[in-house]
Design a protein around this ligand. Structure first.
Ligand code: AMP
Length: 429
């Protein structure tokens, strides 16, 4: 026999036992987003590679090592989207959404692709939901986005979340800070690995993303903190964000080392982690990116957003959701006992579905016993049994699967009978 073709590493099949949980998460996300006034946007699966190089930054892990890039027949370099902010901003600019309103609140629920080393909680295709609020430079906009992220994550994981917050200031101040960082690292430059040497040369802020313990030790012991090198306006902004979060009762920690792995952030950055996740503990990350719209060729409009990973949320909340969220139960299993009953059974199934019932019809032509066993296994609440006799008389047998009671019912009375089984009236005394 031929070898079956296997799934590649780092991607998943989401099987029926789990898809109902995904639909539940999607439903919650759509509902909560709309309570905050955010509107859904959907962008293409691939974009010009240049969008991510310009938007995310050449020295980032995503662009440097993780993109699925290919050349199409026209010779263009295209990339499967590894993140959503750059595509959403591209769509915002290209569709002139800035002309429609002074502020645009967008959200997405989408699949991303990154060629990372797969491990628990780290996949090569995964899903994120997130928002981009484009238009306001003020701290209350940061707070709205952080509160929304925290709200959504808490719905799935009410305990054990940590919100970490930092400000990396505006780019005008960053030059001076990066110079200081370079000075600190210069004496150790020869000892750094190749990637960190490249980071030191091109974008020292990215040294914070290094997985090399020696680089992290130098950062811990010698590096100045970026939040100590921000302007007084940046500091005021950051203080207002923190004060508002306190007023809302959203707990957070200031984490001066959190810079986040993307180049476009300015001022506020934040991350929500869960103690339940192990090494890959980030559920959600975001921040302000005041220059990206302009950098991508749009108007000079500030923005702030976040992205949360759905697989990780399900890792954290999966068991609880499995208990609470059950797939819709099957109403009717249609048992077909004779050749003459096949066409009428198909018609009955269609009528019942049109009336809103969930119906499975036997298509394997099994024995009566096997069909009733299947009706039982399927979890249906009623079996409708159609044989030669019933077809002749214009009736069908209705069997309640919970009690095993069986009764012959005229087709005209079928809907009423089923209703009695599926939606029993509460007893009154
Ligand atoms: P990022 O876009 O890297 O800031 O990631 C935002 C969120 O997406 C993270 O906090 C994770 O929950 C999730 N995420 C990022 N990368 C992966 C991955 N490779 N596999 C699964 N989830 C991921």
């Amino acid at each position: 026999m031929d070898e079956p073709v296997k799934r590649i590493r780092g991607v998943r099949d989401i099987l029926p036992e789990e898809t109902h949980l995904w639909r539940f998460v999607e439903w919650i996300v759509h509902a909560v987003m709309s309570t905050y006034g955010y509107q859904e946007i959907r962008t293409p699966a691939f974009e010009l590679t240049d969008l991510f190089v310009r938007g995310v930054g050449l020295e980032t892990d995503i662009v440097n090592k993780e993109m699925y890039t290919f050349t199409d027949k026209g010779g263009k370099s295209l990339t499967l989207k590894p993140e959503l902010t750059a595509p959403v901003v591209r769509a915002y600019i290209q569709n002139h959404l800035d002309r429609e309103a002074p502020i645009t609140r967008l959200y997405y629920f989408d699949d991303l692709y990154r060629q990372e080393r797969p491990q628990k909680g780290r996949l090569r295709q995964f899903s994120q939901f997130g928002v981009e609020a484009i238009g306001s430079p003020h701290p209350e906009q940061d707070v709205e986005v952080i509160a929304l992220a925290y709200d959504l994550c808490s719905l799935f994981e009410p305990q054990g979340l940590t919100l970490r917050l930092n400000s990396i200031g505006s780019p005008e101040m960053r030059g001076e800070y990066l110079e200081r960082l370079r000075e600190v690292f210069q004496p150790y430059a020869a000892d750094l690995d190749q990637l960190d040497r490249q980071r030191l040369k091109n974008n020292p802020l990215r040294l914070f993303d290094s997985k090399n313990p020696e680089t992290q030790a130098i950062l811990d012991q010698h590096a100045p903190l970026i939040s100590d090198h921000i302007s007084s306006e940046d500091r005021e902004h950051y203080e207002e964000v923190q004060a508002s979060l306190r007023a809302l009762g959203i707990p957070f920690e200031h984490d001066p080392k959190m810079v986040r792995g993307l180049d476009y952030y300015t001022r506020t950055t934040f991350e929500i982690t869960s103690g339940k996740l192990g090494a890959q503990d980030a559920l959600c990350g975001g921040g302000r990116y005041d220059d990206l719209v302009k950098q991508l060729g749009g108007p000079d409009i500030p923005a702030v957003g976040f992205a949360a990973g759905v697989e990780r949320l399900l890792l954290v909340a999966g068991e609880r959701l499995q208990e609470k969220v059950t797939p819709r139960q099957l109403d009717v299993y249609l048992v077909v006992l004779a050749e003459e009953a096949r066409a009428p059974a198909l018609a009955r199934a269609q009528e019942l579905r049109a009336a809103g019932y969930t119906v499975i019809l036997e298509t394997l032509r099994r024995s009566a016993k096997a069909q009733l066993r299947e009706a039982n296994r399927s979890g249906a609440r009623a079996a409708l049994i159609l044989g030669e006799d019933e077809v002749k008389k214009g009736t069908c047998m209705v069997k309640r699967m919970d009690t095993g009671e069986q009764e012959e019912v005229a087709l005209e009375q079928l809907a009423e009978k089923l209703d009695g089984i599926l939606h029993p009236k509460p007893e009154t005394d």
